[in-house]
Design a protein around this ligand. Structure first.
Ligand code: XMP
Length: 517
């Protein structure tokens, strides 16, 4: 699926490297992340039209600090160094980098003395986001300074004769309001990219890749979870090889209401795919009976899943491949991204170890895409909105949303309450503004009155959890209109027998987590 033009990002360990790649792709230019020591020839082979050197936590002058091959400055491919990347370019080409008098962190006004190159179209003073301790004290003979701040005498540079630029600040973060202009200056005006990359345009080449990998006869198995990644994988592979794709959906008994019905309606009825639904709920619930420890619940569900999946897969003749919904952040985080060889198995697909045990080869058509791109691809493939924009749902399902042991009655209560939460936030137009929303069941009786009776025995507390987050590493509770909470509460209390109290979780992550277990 590799497009003809690409911006290569050399990752020096910045937490923002993903963001640089996303910003470039948002401008319709494909970008890919490489390790700092990548061979210059590899960048040429990747079709690099520009190279961005990322920020990083090290100091360029320290022994062992990551460096790139200085030959990349002689490839005649434009280079933009960001923060550490700029300092490294200056150091390698004759400038000086030293610890600054003070750390410069946060929003800073920068004085643009020469609005040219990457700083073209910017005003004389502009706000940028800084996060650095070292500064370029002297740009050297080969660079001209384009901007400064009180703390950074050299806040941006351009090379005197080559297309090499640097900025001390971070154009990739939204706190740099004109950051996108800087990225566009680089990719369009300096690198001359055409900007014709769209996620939908990779469909045909991805389908060709799948056909080439799988060959004319073999079958592919795909574990469908109903989540967006596995759904998009299934839709792509189905387009490539039709009925030679066999999807397996395991009903583990701890799914949300109507989950297997939605999957059957979408994939079997709408797309006409070969779908096998394995109803293993009794088996999972029997294994979970009496178990209260969350990690034990996860372990049991993971183990049973592998067994059920293995039994199902063994019934499919000629299956040589297993499809995986691995996406780019998983590949980058595994540390193997740039080499392109990592076989990353998503633990939350609960199929860890399966490919090796069953001798499968992996098909991973999403391994170079970000989550939002996967959703766009899903839309382009005609998947329904209900699947494409689904909130993530953990592999161990409702089992980790029931505090205590998992019983059929508790599951019934939680399903009904969860359904009310989701229906109400959808009806109020909040579903897409919430990253993840759900109900949690706490089997703690609290006293209540219903009609003329006091209720206490066998009543449950339902917690409503709605979070917003961009990366699921940190999250905040959603400051939702209280009117919607009120509707959720009324519905749950009225419609779900066994619940006499509803509470809203107003804790952030950290220190809380998104799930309750
Ligand atoms: P936490 O609770 O760690 O959740 O803040 C972060 C994200 O991970 C999901 N999650 C899981 N997903 N298996 C999964 O597949 C799990 O055991 C699991 N635990 C948490 C959670 O739903 C959220 O999206």
């Amino acid at each position: 699926m590799k497009p003809s033009e690409c911006i290569a990002i050399l990752d020096f360990g910045s937490q923002y490297s993903h963001l640089i790649a996303r910003r470039v792709r948002e401008n319709h230019v494909y970008s890919e992340i490489f390790p700092p020591a990548v061979e210059p020839q590899q960048l040429r082979d990747a079709g690099a039209r520009g190279i961005i050197l990322s920020g990083g936590p090290s100091s360029v002058y320290q022994p062992g600090a990551p460096r790139c091959d200085p030959a990349i400055f002689e490839l005649d491919i434009p280079v933009l160094g960001i923060c550490y990347g700029m300092q490294l370019a200056c150091l390698l080409l004759g400038g000086d980098v030293k610890p600054g008098a003070a750390r410069e962190f946060g929003r800073v006004r920068v004085n643009v003395t020469r609005p040219e190159g990457v700083l073209a179209h910017l005003a004389g003073e502009t706000t940028v986001w800084m996060s650095h301790g070292d500064v370029v004290t002297h740009a050297g003979e080969q660079f001209i300074s384009l901007a400064s701040t009180p703390n950074s005498p050299v806040a941006a540079v351009r090379h005197v004769s080559r297309p090499v630029f640097g900025v001390q600040f971070h154009p990739e973060v939204t706190h740099t309001p004109r950051g996108d202009q800087i990225i566009r200056n680089f990719v369009y005006e300096i690198c001359g990219c055409a900007g014709d990359w769209k996620v939908g345009s990779v469909i045909d080449s991805t389908i060709d890749d799948i056909r080439r990998q799988v060959g004319p006869n073999a079958r592919v198995i795909c574990g469908l979870s109903g989540g967006v990644d596995s759904s998009v994988v299934a839709a792509l592979i189905h387009r490539a090889i039709g009925d030679r794709l066999i999807c397996i959906f395991v009903d583990n008994g701890v799914l949300r209401r109507n989950e297997s019905e939605l999957v059957a309606a979408t994939f079997r009825d709408h797309f006409g795919m070969q779908l096998r639904i394995a109803d293993a709920s009794q088996r999972f619930l029997a294994a979970l009976a009496g178990v209260t420890d969350p990690q034990e619940k996860r372990r049991i569900i993971g183990r049973e899943f592998i067994e059920v999946f293995r039994e199902q897969a063994a019934r499919i003749d000629g299956a040589r491949f297993l499809a995986q919904g691995t996406i780019y952040p998983d590949v980058i985080e595994s540390g193997h991204g740039p080499t392109g060889h990592a076989a990353v198995i998503k633990s939350h697909h609960n199929v860890g170890g399966l490919p090796e045990q069953l001798g499968f080869e992996l098909v991973e058509p999403l391994r170079l895409l970000f989550k939002d791109e996967v959703r766009l691809l899903g839309e382009a493939l005609g998947l329904p909105e209900e699947i494409v924009w689904r909130h993530p749902f953990p592999g161990p399902g409702l089992a980790v949303r029931i505090m205590g042991d998992v019983t059929p009655r508790r599951l019934e209560i939680l399903r009904a309450a969860d359904d009310a939460v989701l229906e109400e936030i959808k009806a109020a137009g909040w579903y897409r503004r919430v990253a993840q929303g759900f109900a949690v069941l706490v089997p703690t009786s609290s006293v209540g009155v219903m009609g003329d009776d006091r209720t206490f025995e066998d009543q449950h507390l339902i917690i409503v959890r709605l979070v917003e987050t961009s990366d699921f590493m940190t999250a905040d509770w959603v400051h939702i209109d209280p009117e919607i909470l009120s509707r959720i509460s009324t519905r749950i209390i009225n419609e779900v027998p066994g619940v006499n109290r509803v509470a809203y979780d107003i804790s952030s992550k950290p220190p809380a987590t998104i799930e309750w277990q």
